[in-house]
Design a protein around this ligand. Structure first.
Ligand code: NAP
Length: 259
């Protein structure tokens, strides 16, 4: 059972591949869970809102796809909550094969007007959250002598974007964290990569004004927004045996928006 949540399925998970996805209740995180769902995999994911409807729906969809999932309300910005989450996963499943640091938020505003609290909140979730999860899982993966860590960056982390200083800094920071963790963990057979999506159709981007969406679309050579599944495909590949010689990389999934 996972702290702060009800166990959504009860099952034995001997020898199953254990995949942990932060922010797995909707959007890209949900698509990753669905893409990786199969009878040999148990998916643990977290979310932070009080409303667990999205999380319950994700568990249902994973089960419908033939997999197993467990959801927990865990704020990645809290080191204590994250440590408790991983302790319970390891108690229950004995290992972690894949960690996807996907949880993220935006609180946009022009640099000159940005409130310190909004800077801190975005950095605490998007960047420090990933640090907490990597620290919590690294020892287990080092003992296993294998593991895959995938961090969800963003195209704006390499391009910059007016009105998103906090978000862009967090995503650029994640790329640096990815490369450093890749170097430190490579001797133990652990790969660490980042995926940098462009504009993806999810609840995060849905509220943007039509004018903003049109301006974004004009910058995308492939002429469409990405779907969460476009990102999930790349994550599934990086998590697989086929990607065993790839580490410290940033893989762009942006329809050509940045090249
Ligand atoms: P989304 O639909 O808003 O989903 C975000 C997920 O993160 C939700 O499950 C949310 O659950 C969870 N989350 C937020 N704060 C959290 C916290 N403190 N602790 C734990 N979980 C938390 O966003 P998305 O578009 O799928 O984005 C997923 C990732 O891709 C993010 O890192 C985002 O920056 C990145 N990305 C997205 C796009 C895009 O165009 N959509 C582009 C580039 C990169 P709760 O709300 O319940 O906390």
């Amino acid at each position: 059972m996972i702290a702060n949540s009800k166990p959504v399925t009860s099952m034995t998970n001997d020898k199953k591949r254990v995949v942990v996805i932060t922010g797995g209740s909707r959007g890209i995180g949900r698509a990753i869970g669905l893409r990786m769902a199969d009878a040999d995999t148990i998916i643990y994911f977290n979310y932070s809102s009080r409303n667990s409807q999205d999380a319950e729906e994700t568990v249902r969809l994973v089960e419908e796809a033939g997999g197993s999932a467990r959801a927990a309300c865990v704020n990645v910005a809290s080191q204590q909550e994250v440590q408790g989450f991983f302790n319970r996963i390891i108690e229950e499943s004995g290992r972690v094969d894949v960690l996807v640091n996907n949880a993220g938020i935006t609180i946009d505003g022009l640099l000159l007007r940005m409130k310190e609290a909004d800077w801190d909140r975005v950095l605490a979730i998007n960047l420090k959250g990933a640090f907490h999860c990597i620290q919590a899982v690294a020892k287990t993966m080092m003992k296993q002598r294998t593991g895959r860590i995938i961090n969800m960056a963003s195209v704006v982390g390499v391009m910059g974007n007016a009105g998103q200083a906090n978000y862009v800094a967090s995503k650029a920071g994640l790329i640096g964290l990815t490369k450093t963790a890749a170097r430190e963990l490579a001797p133990r057979g652990i790969t660490v990569n980042a995926v940098a999506p462009g504009f993806i159709d999810t609840p995060m981007t849905a509220p943007l004004a039509e004018k903003v969406k049109e301006a974004m679309l004009a910058q995308i050579p492939l002429g469409r927004f990405g779907q969460p599944q476009d990102v999930a495909e790349v994550v599934a590949f990086l998590a697989s045996d086929r990607a065993s010689y790839i580490t410290g990389q940033v893989i762009h999934v942006n329809g050509g928006m940045y090249m």
